[in-house]
Design a protein around this ligand. Structure first.
Ligand SMILES: NC(=O)c1ccc[n+]([C@@H]2O[C@H](COP(=O)([O-])OP(=O)(O)OC[C@H]3O[C@@H](n4cnc5c(N)ncnc54)[C@H](OP(=O)(O)O)[C@@H]3O)[C@@H](O)[C@H]2O)c1
Length: 406
């Protein structure tokens, strides 16, 4: 990586809802006179100046680049060691940037949860990124850091404390509180629109191993849960978890990229806990309604137009108070290779989508820029790209906790 670049990190998309939170976090945590050299990036100088006045001060340099202008992207990328981007939907605005980062031999991280786009980036750029020494790391937010780093942590602890790897892990969302931004809704809409139009996209989204290399898309895992059932592991009624279709694929890709460090017969699934007894079952069934509506709303239909009015527009998102009051608690029910059981927890201290995701993304960027990491490169997952170094940062700075009980 280039040691002589002007910046360690450019946060591109700093004028957007999430990018602004990342900039605010970097300013509060790392300031402008310290060891970390960082800048705010975007396409509109006036807007960037306004946001900078609100979240930082004039010592933070501004960099202008537009996703449609490749020259401006290259000029931006050539000034930094790491690009941290919140310019989404990534399928719409992100492809040229990934290519440019690899050309410039630098690292990259984002908050993408758009599986169909990540699939494209892997196919187009994994080999080139490997050759050029670039770490391209998608999913550095709530999808999929708590899951991916949670499993990485469990495997590390299981080996150290029980002398055995985990063969089966069931992640259950025990509690969650937060909101949604216009950018995320736009990204989700785009994924669904592409899946409705293109059978290949639908196939990638529904393939449990869809982010693995083509010749390694085999294993015992089935599709993500789509109904409400009673779960023996948590002794509760469980139902679908909306992020499972991203997270489970990322965890499985981590296994492949780490030369099957979790074993070839490793199994992983995710679901949401709705509680015990009749009430738990009803809660599960009711929670299906909004998910079902979003999934079935066809592009251009009246239902879709209605949902577009209900959800926030790009640039909008949950209030500060809602983010601060937010949290999440994830439980992991583990079966070790020797047949015994273990249990782990991951928690986060703010709303998952924005308060917590912006801290996770910012710490990923700092980790890529500053920490001593393995030489692995390519289109990677957070755990494979950053491993223990990121785990330390998440616990120390980003409000996450990881615990393993045996
Ligand atoms: N995975 C997770 O956990 C997670 C969590 C949060 C967000 N996200 C994702 O993060 C992305 C951003 O979400 P958000 O709510 O922050 O969105 P947003 O508020 O709409 O912000 C989008 C940003 O992209 C910029 N932009 C738009 N078109 C551009 C172009 N052609 N060239 C350069 N910049 C351009 C916008 O600039 P202007 O201000 O000039 O319009 C803005 O800064 C979404 O894809 C969302 O799904 C993921």
């Amino acid at each position: 990586m280039h040691q002589s670049r002007e910046f360690d990190i450019i946060i591109w998309g700093a004028s957007g809802f999430t990018g602004r939170l990342v900039a605010l976090y970097l300013f509060d945590k790392y300031g402008t006179n310290g060891d970390l050299k960082w800048a705010m990036g975007g396409r509109n100088l006036t807007k960037l100046e306004k946001v900078r006045d609100e979240v930082a001060n004039k010592n933070v340099p501004l960099v202008i680049a537009d996703s449609n202008d490749k020259v401006s992207l290259l000029n931006m990328v050539n000034r930094t060691k790491v690009i941290c981007t919140t310019v989404g939907p990534y399928a719409k605005y992100g492809s040229n940037l990934v290519e440019t980062c690899i050309k410039s031999h630098i690292h990259y991280c984002d908050l993408a949860g758009e599986v169909q786009w990540m699939y494209k980036m892997i196919n187009r750029h994994h080999e080139a990124a490997k050759v050029n020494g670039s770490k391209i790391v998608h999913t550095c937010g709530f999808d999929s850091i708590p899951s991916d780093m949670g499993v990485y942590f469990i495997q590390r602890e299981a080996k150290a404390k029980r002398g055995s790897i985990a063969q089966k892990i069931k992640m259950r969302v025990a509690a969650i509180s937060g909101g949604i931004s216009g950018g995320t809704y736009a990204s989700l809409s785009r994924v669904l629109e592409e899946a409705q139009k293109d059978k290949m996209v639908y196939k990638i989204l529904t393939n449990p191993y869809g982010l693995n290399p083509i010749d390694e898309q085999v294993g015992k895992d089935k599709s993500d849960l789509r109904s409400v059932i009673f779960d023996k592991a948590s002794q509760s009624w469980i139902g679908p978890f909306i992020m499972a279709s991203i997270n489970t694929k990322v965890v499985r890709r981590s296994n492949v990229l780490s030369s099957y460090a979790y074993g070839k017969s490793f199994r992983y699934d995710e679901a949401t806990i709705f509680g015990k007894g009749f009430l738990g079952r009803i809660k599960g069934i009711l929670s299906f309604i909004p998910i079902g509506l979003i999934m079935s709303a066809k592009h251009g239909s009246l239902l879709k137009k209605g949902l577009d009015i209900l959800f926030p527009s790009p640039g909008e998102g949950p209030t500060k108070q809602k983010m601060e009051k937010g949290f999440y608690k994830l439980r992991f029910y583990i079966t070790l290779a020797d047949g015994s059981n273990a249990f782990a927890k991951v928690t986060g201290d703010m709303d998952p989508g924005y308060g917590s995701s912006s801290k996770m993304l910012a710490e990923s960027a700092v980790c890529l820029a500053k920490d001593k990491l393995s030489n692995i490169s390519g289109v990677l997952t957070p755990s494979v790209a950053m491993g223990d170094a990121l785990l330390k940062r998440l616990e120390k700075n980003a409000g996450l906790t990881f615990s393993f009980k045996y």
